[in-house]
Design a protein around this ligand. Structure first.
Ligand code: DGL
Length: 277
């Protein structure tokens, strides 16, 4: 049976944290993952540059047969999703800043948000904070250098711990009880974060809700194979991976996700694509 093809893209390997949730929930779809490793990081770039890159990736994914695209990057969502929705005839699912669940659940009335400069500048973040975070304190921090560490595969190193401490210790002093990970690269730091932050602080990773939102959009499109499945352990999912630069960390992390989840990525190929050369 024809499978639906879901396009997923990010500035690099960060969107794999969303892909992991997608294949777990929707194993019967096929996926094409595009990592714009050549142009990573997006965080410090201006929005017109991010729109230009997102357009090129979107057109590539549509040409490959994708019928829906998940923008698995908070920064690209902030800069480009309005443009993409207005210019292409397919649905786009973007990253939510996830301030809402943290703001609703906090008991100390104090939450921390770690994201890129581009994400904090975006309309979505501004709107969500002014809507849901009126009676609480939000301590936000640009995670400069963190994306680069993940791209180099150094998310579980001493270097990572030192940088995370620098960003998070001041938030701990403000008595936060929720830490929102506002960048799809950051969930790779979760095991490292466990050594830095007290256990009673909730880490908010928006990736599972983005996967659920994708399932809802697919259901509305009435496509076959769009039914969520649970316990995908041991199943196989068709995924093709493209990178505009190196594929080294991408391959390593894909293997890690397979080992961690027990999901096998079938038809797993890695291409360094010449889209931006
Ligand atoms: N994964 C991207 C995000 O969620 C990283 C941004 C970057 O490349 O700086 O924002």
């Amino acid at each position: 049976m024809e499978r639906n093809v879901i396009g997923v893209f990010d500035s690099g390997v960060g969107g794999l944290t969303v892909l992991k949730e997608l294949v777990d929930l929707l194993p019967n779809c096929s996926y094409i993952y595009f990592a714009d490793t050549l142009n990573c990081p997006y965080g410090p770039k201006g929005s017109s540059e991010i729109i230009r890159l997102s357009k090129a990736i979107t057109e590539f994914l549509i040409n490959q047969g994708c019928s829906i695209i998940v923008v698995a990057c908070n920064t690209a969502t902030a800069a480009a999703i309005d443009y993409l929705r207005a210019h292409y005839p397919i649905p786009f699912v973007g990253m939510e800043p996830a301030v809402k669940p943290a703001a609703l659940a906090t008991k100390t009335k104090s939450i921390g948000v770690l994201a890129t400069k581009g994400t904090f500048k975006g309309r979505l973040y501004q709107e969500t904070t002014s809507k849901f975070a009126t009676n609480i304190n939000i301590w936000y921090q640009v995670g400069s250098g963190l994306v680069e560490l993940v791209e180099q595969g150094k998310f579980d190193t001493h270097e990572a711990k030192v940088l995370l401490r620098k960003y998070i210790d001041p938030m701990l002093e403000k008595n936060i009880d929720h830490l929102v990970l506002g960048c799809t690269h950051y969930p790779f730091f979760i095991p490292t974060l466990a050594d830095i932050i007290p256990k009673d602080i909730t880490i908010v990773n928006p990736a599972p809700s983005v996967a659920k939102q994708t399932a809802r959009v697919l259901a509305k499109m009435h496509l076959p194979n769009a039914k969520p499945a649970y316990n995908n352990n041991g199943k196989e999912t068709f995924v093709k991976f493209y990178s505009s630069g190196s594929t080294e960390t991408l391959q390593r992390l894909v293997n890690k996700i397979e080992q961690d989840t027990g999901i096998l990525f079938k038809n797993k190929i890695f291409n360094a694509h010449t889209l931006f050369l």
